[in-house]
Design a protein around this ligand. Structure first.
Ligand code: SF4
Ligand code: SF4
Length: 482
């Protein structure tokens, strides 16, 4: 087997495709979101002193360039070739582009990518592309291209203006909401497929329904992801799981909560564990009475898969991981996007075949440790089958009996998975019986309505959650004249 540059590469022993998130412009971004874990990589990996002068986006000399931060053509071709070759036997190869902000490279860069993919993909192998963007630089030219090449876009948005602009600001601290919405409109106009990626942070976690309704109704988006913002204050220098175990607080301890100040363990914009759980429960309660089958919330879909015994399609809730790596513009490959630290560098694609890095003992152990390092508290947890201790990067507190390695989000995750259990059982049973999961909405509405009919007024919103007035909805069914 030969790679695109003619070197021999190892034969795959993988039984499923692996993923690489490529950062073709490194950590460079035109925004300066307060909670971004990636902007700091500019210093950590490449060192301020090693940089020429770079104050993005000004030094990018226009959008079509990436300066020294742009992945080289040769490296790009090497990567695309190896990635296709390694995954082609699965019939489909998915590329993921992230940053920094990948659109800073300009649309012509991605035209070259697609040309490369078309040249290198064997007949019959489907190639797809997903790109995560803040959407602020999109224009007609971009959107025509994205639609024509069927890119799936993950658009970062944190809710309506007053919630989005709290943390998602540009280099001058100016809000980005209007530009993001402009990008959304352009994508809608050109028929680009997009998901909303919501970072659930300290602020928007207080407004679950407002955020959910905004994405669903105002943005008209049927696909959404809620990603918890969890940021240790020392994350810039200290790699996950290299923490001093003695320094980890016990669950429930005040120091295990977001706070201001130098002594805080978790940044003030991180979501509190309980708030994340409450956020997901409230969104779920709205979804279960009106949106099953036509609004897709990633964590709900993944949970249904878990309740059906299919395993998790999302690494954070899978038993093991290690199948989703990250590659920097300089060719360095890391164990995971959240582990872009020297300790987790597997090598450079310029020197070591990608497949060899993916199948290395180090990477296998990295993935297996997700299961093997679970504390007893998790192993005995009734919702472990769904949670699996979530992502190891967040396992920096101790269990009530003092064992390290419990997930910071535990309280919220437990609450959420326990809350949805009866509904997931019903939905799984419906699907197993060959019926649509959305049948569950009838039961949910009846229960909701029965609980709220007594005190509701004719012009109030119906307690069943339909969004209609009571008199136009369940008032008759409730035995009251409509
Ligand atoms: S470390 Fe976390 S984000 Fe990375 S692959 Fe494992 S579960 Fe996924
Ligand atoms: S809910 Fe908490 S105890 Fe249960 S598996 Fe998840 S992190 Fe572990």
């Amino acid at each position: 087997m030969l790679s695109s540059n003619g070197d021999s590469v190892p034969v795959t022993t993988l039984d499923r495709p692996f993923h690489v998130m490529l950062k073709p412009i490194g950590p460079i971004c035109n925004l300066d979101c307060r909670y971004c874990y990636y902007l700091s990589k500019e210093d950590l990996l490449f060192g301020k002193d090693k940089q020429e002068t770079l104050t993005p986006p000004l030094s990018l000399e226009g959008r079509g360039r990436g300066g020294k931060w742009k992945v080289s053509e040769e490296r790009l071709a090497n990567y695309v070739g190896q990635y296709i070759e390694a995954n082609a036997r699965f019939g489909e190869v998915n590329f993921a582009w992230q940053g920094g902000e990948p659109t800073l490279l300009g649309v012509d860069f991605f035209r070259c990518v697609v040309d490369l993919q078309k040249r290198l993909a064997p007949p019959g192998v489907r190639v797809s592309n997903a790109m995560q963007t803040n959407g602020t630089l999109l224009d007609d030219k971009w959107c025509e291209f994205l639609a024509a090449e069927r890119f799936l876009i993950g658009l970062s948005v944190d809710g309506p203006r007053e919630l989005h602009d709290v943390y998602r600001v540009d280099k001058k601290g100016q809000p980005s909401f209007d530009q993001v919405m402009r990008g959304r409109e352009l994508m809608a106009k050109h028929g680009v497929d997009f998901n909303a990626l919501v970072v659930v942070n300290r602020r928007n976690s207080q407004h679950p329904r407002k955020v959910y309704r905004f994405i669903r109704d105002e943005m008209g988006c049927q696909f959404m992801q809620f990603i918890p913002c969890v940021e240790r204050t020392d994350f810039v220098q200290i790699a996950p799981q290299t923490w001093d175990p003695k320094s980890l607080p016990v669950v429930g301890d005040r120091s295990a909560k977001p706070a201001r100040g130098e002594d805080a363990l978790v940044s003030e914009w991180s979501v509190a564990a309980e708030d994340y759980g409450r956020f997901l429960c409230e969104v779920f309660d709205e979804w279960i009475v009106r949106d099953v089958g036509h609004v897709f919330v990633q964590i709900f879909d993944v949970a249904l898969g878990q309740w059906m015994g299919l395993g998790s399609s999302l690494c954070v809730f899978a038993e093991t991981c290690g199948n989703a790596l990250a590659m920097e513009h300089d060719g360095s490959v890391y164990s995971c996007d959240h582990y872009v630290y020297p300790e987790y560098r597997l090598g450079s694609i310029d020197e070591r075949p990608l497949l060899e890095m993916v199948q290395s003992d180090f990477q296998r152990k990295f993935g297996d440790d997700k299961r093997d390092s679970l504390p007893r508290y998790c192993r005995e947890c009734p919702v472990r089958f769904a949670c699996n201790g979530e992502c190891p990067k967040n396992r920096f507190i101790r269990t009530p009996d003092g064992e390290p390695g419990l997930n910071y989000l535990c309280a919220g995750l437990k609450r959420f998975f326990t809350h949805i259990d009866p509904w997931m059982r019903r939905m799984a049973a419906e699907v197993h019986a060959g019926r649509p999961a959305s049948n569950v909405m009838n039961v949910a509405r009846s229960q909701r309505a029965a609980a709220g009919f007594e005190s509701v007024g004719a012009n109030d919103l119906c307690p069943c959650g339909s969004g209609r007035k009571f008199k136009k909805c369940c008032m008759g069914k409730a035995g009251r004249p409509s």
